[in-house]
Design a binder for this molecule. Structure first.
Ligand code: C2E
Ligand code: MG
Ligand code: MG
Length: 399
């Protein structure tokens, strides 16, 4: 059924008369089911008490600058709510507010945001700026710098409706946001279609590698939830958990706090892909430098190196050059041993002789100019679909 639309004049009069109210849709931790945050959604309450949905007024407002007036109105209502919670000492969670792309056409968005939020004395971490995917791709470079400033001021920024439009993955890479909200259009029925699952799994993998928090929108079924958990999706927003709620009902949920969620055992709900990520986290904790190398093809790829003390090497390239580079960073006493042990031909011989791993402790100079003992262990692994000989190098400082 087509939604009824109203004229711009009628809507603006309603806004002046404060007929718009905020509904809050809770966002829950996908594993523990605990309340984590919420999204503010505009509703228009008519004099007979009936509620008009955004589809009947947002598109009309979006045809001109009037949408910005609604967005600022909603932000003020949200700040008033957060301030009231503080006065009543009720548990607060961050609230995301939708902002139309028009806000980012000129540079005065952040000053206005600060004026409103600071005017209510609300901590910046409690306000999330939600910007729709299409706005980001249309406004290009200009929005990238604005997003940086908004985040530098302590607000979190989310890309809304990701996957609904045509924005490229490389654009998300450049955006430097906190949260990626996966659009509900990607969650068809019960996530049974294999191709759809592959697309979703890839999006979550990509988002997590970029260290983005993920929220799935429009989650309606247990099956969808089950699948999203296997993708290690962090937060869930959808009718399965809760519809958008009027302020008083949301307030009750906040008062119950995070403990209201019934925690589920992570080991029973997370499937292998998520378990693998957990395992990797544990490995990276112990070994801050992990390198995958293909000895047959003379290539390498570093998986984790941000926390390692020596970081001057490129993160991917030719294996022989990696060893040359590594040798140069070793203490002069250790250079020959390092070069010999990790020489590609010598490693291939060791593999052919049935060795499972090769290990060496050397002194290596860090970016700070200090030599530290480092243990490097190369584990041989077999590529199941090719004859290539691969090694995984796990490195850690001993002091
Ligand atoms: P959105 O920002 O993507 O918000 C999520 C929409 O998905 C909401 O629709 C929410 O009610 C709906 N939703 C959440 N879970 C489920 C579910 O499990 N199943 C289904 N079928 N739907 C679910 P709503 O409230 O009708 O809002 C529609 C859109 O209107 C929003 O999409 C947003 O783009 C826009 N909007 C709402 N409030 C504002 C506002 O204050 N400012 C601006 N600029 N846009 C707003
Ligand atoms: Mg939104
Ligand atoms: Mg959305």
């Amino acid at each position: 059924m087509a939604e009824q639309t109203y004229s711009l004049d009628t809507i603006m009069r309603a806004l002046e008369n404060r007929e718009f109210i905020v509904y809050y849709q809770p966002q829950y931790n996908a594993i523990t089911n605990g309340l984590k945050s919420a999204e503010a959604l505009a509703r228009w309450r008519l004099s007979d008490g009936s509620i008009v949905m955004p589809g009947s007024f947002i598109p009309v407002l979006e045809s001109g600058p009037e949408i910005m007036e609604l967005d600022w109105y909603i932000l003020r209502e949200v700040c008033r709510f957060l301030h009231m919670q503080e006065e009543k000492q009720i548990h607060r969670v961050p609230v995301a507010v939708n902002f139309s792309r028009l806000h980012f056409d000129d540079g005065d968005f952040l000053p206005k945001l600060l004026e409103t939020v600071d005017g209510f004395g609300v901590p910046h971490r409690l306000v999330e700026v939600e910007i729709t995917e299409s706005a980001l791709s249309e406004n290009g470079d200009e929005i990238i710098s604005q997003v940086k400033e908004i985040r530098a001021a302590g607000f979190s920024v989310a890309i809304d409706d990701f996957g609904s439009g045509l924005s490229s993955l490389s654009f998300v890479k450049d955006m430097d946001v906190d949260v990626l909200k996966i659009d509900k259009s990607l969650l068809n029925q019960n996530c049974e279609d294999e191709k759809e699952r592959i697309v979703l799994e890839s999006i979550f993998m990509f988002a997590h590698r970029l260290k983005l928090k993920t929220i799935a929108e429009g989650v309606e079924t247990r099956e969808q939830l089950g699948f999203l958990r296997t993708c290690d999706c962090k937060l869930i927003q959808g009718f399965l958990f809760s519809k958008p709620l009027p302020e008083d009902e949301f307030l009750k949920i906040c008062a119950e706090g995070e403990s209201a969620g019934q925690a589920e055992d992570i080991l029973t709900v997370q499937a292998p892909s998520a378990a693998t990520q957990l395992l990797l986290d544990a490995v990276f904790t112990r070994y801050p430098l992990v390198i995958f190398s293909n000895l047959t093809r003379n290539s390498f790829y570093m998986m984790a190196y941000e926390n390692f003390t020596a970081r001057t090497c490129p993160s991917t390239g030719v294996f022989d050059e990696l060893i040359e580079h590594g040798t140069a960073t070793m203490h002069p006493d250790d250079q020959d041993a390092f070069r010999q042990t990790f020489d590609r031909q010598n490693l291939l011989k060791a593999y052919e002789n049935g060795e499972k791993w090769v290990s060496l402790t050397t002194k290596q100079i860090g970016n700070d100019g200090v030599y530290r003992r480092v243990e490097t262990t190369d584990y041989f692994v077999k590529n199941p679909s090719a004859d290539d000989v691969l090694v995984i190098s796990l490195c850690h400082n001993l002091e």
